[in-house]
Design a protein around this ligand. Structure first.
Ligand code: ADP
Ligand code: MG
Length: 270
């Protein structure tokens, strides 16, 4: 009994994290002009009900989906835009409740959460961003159920895998454009290559003195070799492992930062 209460409490907490509003983004969107325009046009198209942005982890799916949603704020195409971060949910059975909370459906009581969500949405034209669906694919049928009955609902999902619903259109997201280390452009143009721009932004956040210069340009450009998995190195360590929690530990003033990336940055800094 105690265990069940603890589990229920944890589920509530996780669902709260998934709640409704768009997550604020600390940094501006880099590159992705074409993808932004494509996704925007697709979700605004009358015949598109579900668009899934697909790609490996760290490639930028969430960032793009949030940017699209932000760009559509106030657009007459939608009366509301809601966001559900599904990443913290441990199991597909929680997806219906996460959607209900994200769209602000009243508590279902003893009834079905999906039913309450369906009644709440009716025919309203709403864009619902379902972020990080990949580990909950079994819950795609719940999304399908809503799409079948709520004629104004448009879902923009991000996932490593498609949801495989009949409404679905997919947009495979490629890594940000990379520099060619063998044909380096002048520094100014190199700094404008999207992957380099993202790298520079993260590098500066970690070390404000870090500069792209003639002596480190090639070393920086070589960081972005594509891997056999198709994920460029820039979209993994730069985003997550290198400048995520570790940057925080520097900021917290650790006297001896054990950070391989700091060492590497110093190497780039010559
Ligand atoms: N085009 C971009 N502009 C700015 N930051 C980006 C861009 N693409 C990815 N990022 C950043 O890289 C990190 C990983 O991107 P994310 O969207 O979470 O990847 P995914 O959802 O594919 O796992 C995040 O910190 C995100 O803000
Ligand atoms: Mg994501």
């Amino acid at each position: 009994m105690k265990n069940r209460t603890a589990t229920a409490k944890r589920s509530e907490m996780l669902l709260d994290q998934a709640l409704g509003a768009l997550p604020p983004q600390a940094a501006k969107l880099i590159g992705r002009d074409d993808e932004l325009a494509t996704v925007r046009a697709q979700v605004l198209a009358k015949d598109v009900r579900l668009l899934t942005v697909i790609g490996p982890g760290g490639v930028g799916k969430t960032r793009l989906a949030v940017a699209v949603a932000e760009s559509l704020r106030g657009n007459p195409g939608f009366s509301d835009i809601r966001f559900a971060d599904l990443a913290p949910l441990p199991e597909p059975t929680l997806v219906a409740a996460a959607i209900a909370r994200a769209v602000g459906a009243p508590h279902a009581g003893d009834g079905s959460v999906l039913e309450a969500t369906r009644n709440h949405l009716g025919a309203r034209r709403i864009l619902l961003v379902l972020d990080n669906f990949e580990h909950l694919l079994e819950a795609a049928t719940d999304v399908g159920g809503l799409l079948a009955t709520c004629s104004g609902l448009v879902v923009l999902a991000t996932s490593r895998e498609p949801l495989h619903l009949r409404w679905e259109r997919t947009l495979p997201l490629r890594p940000l454009a990379l520099p060619d280390p063998k044909h380096l452009p002048p520094l100014e143009r190199l700094a404008a290559v999207p992957a380099v721009a993202l790298f520079m932004e993260r590098a500066r956040a970690a070390d404000p003195n870090f500069m792209l210069a003639a002596h480190n340009a090639e070393a920086v450009a070589r960081r972005f070799r594509p891997r056999s998995s198709g994920v460029s190195i820039c979209s993994m360590p730069v985003n997550r492992r290198c400048f995520g929690t570790r940057r925080f530990s520097w900021a917290a003033g650790h006297s001896k930062p054990r950070n391989r990336w700091r060492i590497r940055l110093e190497r780039y800094a010559g």
